[in-house]
Design a protein around this ligand. Structure first.
Ligand code: SF4
Length: 346
């Protein structure tokens, strides 16, 4: 969930009221009340987004049940803590079985096919299983800033974002709250939710959980943080198996949704991968690009990001305690070209 636009404490304070009182905001903001979903009439009457089909068949209810049961012996992510979150036990991510949200608002700093005219309806979830030492959103993802809400309120937030005209629901750091998100989705669909979900994740995912999201998520947007277990372990709290799981996740996400399909400037379905280039080749940029070209598709939509800054505890690690050099970013672009990857976000 690396964020192209810095999410500041000020932004948090400006927007947290939305998570707390979204209905009030909509009711008193006529400028937002009549905006359309951004979908054509034919799309609104078809089985799109994909979750409509699962809802109609009853499969979505079965998925909610299966996912909720994982809370009792949590293995939602590769940390595999096996704690019972329904009994108040906390795993590495520090999340309970109630969803915790830091903010929800139309975001205009995301990739252009997500933003369109009225923004990407971004919901920032609190806590995270990865706990990177350079996290730019550490007050939310590590310190847990946010408000616990019922799944019903999360559904209301989704509907409010749609009503504001947002083109999608952009779920930032969703992994540890997947059961709550799918449960909220089930509540939002009969009330009219019709915009696609964007699964905006750090890429540390379990295959069996991703398989339960098949047909629910239309747009996957994982990060690729590292390709070397040693680096993953050092900078993401011992997550040595990150490179193994992120490769599996990419393949599964690509199998489900394929290359990004953009219609009239808006992302409809597919995969977007973000890669934050780290100093001293620590993100394994060349290996990542080679992997994409050889295992996914040469037309994979990639956002190779240059905005690394040493945040949170990064200054304690000399090799990542500085910004990226221009030549390090240029080198990344050259590798993309070398492997025939030209569909880069600009
Ligand atoms: S979601 Fe949280 S509790 Fe569950 S396995 Fe991952 S880190 Fe552990």
């Amino acid at each position: 969930m690396n964020t192209p636009q810095k999410y500041t404490r000020r932004l948090f304070l400006q927007n947290v009221f939305f998570a707390l009182g979204s209905s009030l905001f909509i009711a008193t903001s006529p400028a937002f009340s009549s905006r359309k979903t951004g979908l054509s009439i034919s799309e609104e009457t078809e089985d799109y987004p994909s979750y409509i089909k699962l809802y109609k068949s009853g499969e979505l209810s079965r998925r909610v049940k299966k996912l909720k049961s994982i809370h009792e012996n949590c293995h939602l992510c590769p940390r595999d803590c096996r704690v019972d979150r329904t009994k108040g036990q906390l795993g590495r991510c520090q999340a309970s079985d109630r969803v915790k949200v830091s903010s929800a608002y139309p975001h205009f700093g995301e990739e252009s096919p997500l933003v369109g005219k009225y923004g990407s309806g971004t919901i920032f979830f609190s806590n995270c299983g990865l706990r990177c030492v350079y996290c730019q959103n550490y007050t939310i993802s590590i310190e847990g800033e946010g408000v616990e809400i019922a799944d019903r309120r999360l559904a209301e937030s989704m509907l409010s974002l749609q009503k504001m005209g947002c083109h999608n629901i952009n779920l930032v750091t969703p992994t540890h709250y997947v059961p709550n998100i799918v449960s909220a989705l089930k509540k939002a669909i009969p009330k009219g939710l019709r915009i696609p979900l964007v699964y905006n994740t750090g890429g540390y995912e379990k295959l069996d959980v991703l398989q339960l999201l098949d047909g629910i998520i239309d747009i996957y947007m994982p990060d690729c943080k590292y390709m070397d277990p040693k680096h993953a372990s050092m900078y993401s709290d011992g997550a040595y198996n990150y490179p193994y799981y992120v490769r599996l996740a990419f393949k599964e996400m690509f199998r489900q949704v394929g290359d990004l399909v953009v219609e009239r400037g808006l992302a409809k379905r597919g995969l977007i991968i973000r890669h934050l280039v780290l100093p001293n080749r620590i993100a394994g940029t060349e290996q990542f690009l080679k992997f994409v070209a050889e295992n996914l598709s040469k037309t994979t939509y990639l956002n190779i990001m240059r905005q690394y800054r040493p945040e949170y505890k990064a200054t304690e690690y000399p090799e990542i305690a500085r910004q990226l050099k221009r030549k390090e970013y240029t080198e990344a672009l050259q590798w993309a070209k070398k492997y025939g990857l030209t569909r880069l976000d600009r």
